[in-house]
Ligand binder design. Sequence first.
Ligand SMILES: *[C@@H]1O[C@H](CO)[C@@H](O)[C@H](O)[C@H]1NC(C)=O
Ligand SMILES: *[C@@H]1O[C@H](CO)[C@@H](O)[C@H](O)[C@H]1NC(C)=O
Ligand SMILES: *[C@@H]1O[C@H](CO)[C@@H](O)[C@H](O)[C@H]1NC(C)=O
Ligand SMILES: *[C@@H]1O[C@H](CO)[C@@H](O)[C@H](O)[C@H]1NC(C)=O
Length: 522
Amino acid sequence: MLNQNNLVLLLCTLIGLNDAYRILVVFPLCAPSHNILGKGVVNSLLESGHEVVQLTCFPDKENKTNLTQIDLSHVRERALKENKDKYEGFKLKDLVGHKNFVDTIFFYYIAYDFQKAFLTDDVMMNFLSDTEQHFDAVVVEWFFSTLYAGMGPVFQAPLIWLGTTEAHWQVLRVIDEIPNPAYTIDMFSETIPPFNFLERASGLWSIFKKYFLITCIVEPFEKYVYNNVYGAIGEKRNVTIPSFKDAAYNASILLLNSHPSIGIPFKLPQNAHYIGGYHIDIKPKPLPQDFQKLMDEAKHGVIYFSMGSNLQSKDMSDNMRDSLLKMFSGFKETVIWKFESDLENVPKNIHLTKWAPQQSILAHPNIKMFITHGGQLSTTEAIHHGVPVVGIPVYGDQHINMRNAAEKGYGIAVDLAENMADELSVAIREILNNPNYKNRAKELSALFHYRQMTPQKELAYWVEYAIKTRGALHLRSPALNVPLYQKLYLDLLLTFVLVIYVLRKMFNRFFGNKTSIKIKKN
Ligand SMILES: *[C@@H]1O[C@H](CO)[C@@H](O)[C@H](O)[C@H]1NC(C)=O
Ligand SMILES: *[C@@H]1O[C@H](CO)[C@@H](O)[C@H](O)[C@H]1NC(C)=O
Ligand SMILES: *[C@@H]1O[C@H](CO)[C@@H](O)[C@H](O)[C@H]1NC(C)=O
Ligand SMILES: *[C@@H]1O[C@H](CO)[C@@H](O)[C@H](O)[C@H]1NC(C)=O
């Protein structure tokens, strides 16, 4: 309850509208694409005048006012070296013919392994133990682990999770409860609602399986690391560290890197908000000169092809690569292909590039379509700029993103296959010749931009909101305090069964004999 002092404090914080805060930003999965999202958070907060400290594996080359970066790239390098064999499989040529090969178990394992490696690193430990460090809020990427939830209590600051994909049950359960699987997605599923009977049944089964895995196997491991790491830090900082469960389910706000225009309109808890698009430059950076010239002069338009930063086109089989080159050479459009090594005898209309300024390419008026792996950043950027897509989804949420793209009418999905060139060619022609895809992309783009404020401002707004309301406790879902058996009414069911049982016993006792006598008489 609020006593008078608290009330005065709360009023003061609410009235002080132009406060600049000191905010910690941590994106535990040190992958280049996630780093783009981490940078987006940092930039949004800096633009709103705050001071930011970022724990990162990819420090910027230049210093920025009000930004301090703690370099953790050595942990990433160490982890990648030690786990070389685990990541080798991420090559396009090895992934052909596999269904969504990375699923929750793999992600939980990677997340746990990575986050443990970072939390037990000396640089990290020293930073967390440094009593000079104070923060008003901590923004952490939620990536299949709640280990970093301890950063809230360490700095005695509200914790804000950022989910990097469309909303899904695994992230929503951290602040609320598991949404009804009859009409909500699992990030790894390949179907979107409405589901048929089998899809609904398999969705439910998958939740049972994963829920068991998370609560019985993953969380005990996390709890062990949590107690060791934060226990020691708590002592050094002289703060009480709550139990793992209390910290893990104590976030103030959940920000989600999606938007109903590109995803599925979820029923979100009061403290969850869509901020999809926040990583995109409001004014696209100018293209480098060679790209600008290439795109300006492409009189038949440009097809841009990139499989993202994790999956590299150079890792295709020779056969797949050559058949795609041949297929593209049959088009009059200019093709910009993000291809990470050098090739000889590339057809004239194809321009290979090891690095592509993706956002600026998509912003150019001559862009015709984007051939993508369907990652969340790529589909978001495509819709931001109103560009239709052809998707070759490979793993993770790429399948569900492309299902959404197809359903919404701005894209076509093609299966990753050795001989996909023909199918891809058909899809490209369809998008070039049928204006509906482009029109849909433009329509969705308008919906995407039609908001009360820019996603960058909204991100900063909710972080400030968490600080000013001292943790936004009033938005917490009551579901967090209700155990699963009560949500499922298992106690009611049990009571019901017991009552029936007792009634039957009593009935038999009082009337049992008479009934049997009656039967005998008849
Ligand atoms: C840096 O932060 C201070 C407050 O900590 C703020 O007054 C100032 O405007 C910020 N500078 C920039 C360039 O954002
Ligand atoms: C950035 O700041 C650090 C510490 O203040 C300093 O050592 C470094 O030289 C600066 N780098 C650049 C490029 O200005
Ligand atoms: C939960 O978060 C709120 C707001 O940041 C904080 O006041 C409270 O102490 C936290 N509770 C625990 C158990 O950490
Ligand atoms: C630790 O915190 C407690 C309560 O806040 C205080 O009484 C105690 O003096 C502190 N100890 C140190 C070593 O600062």
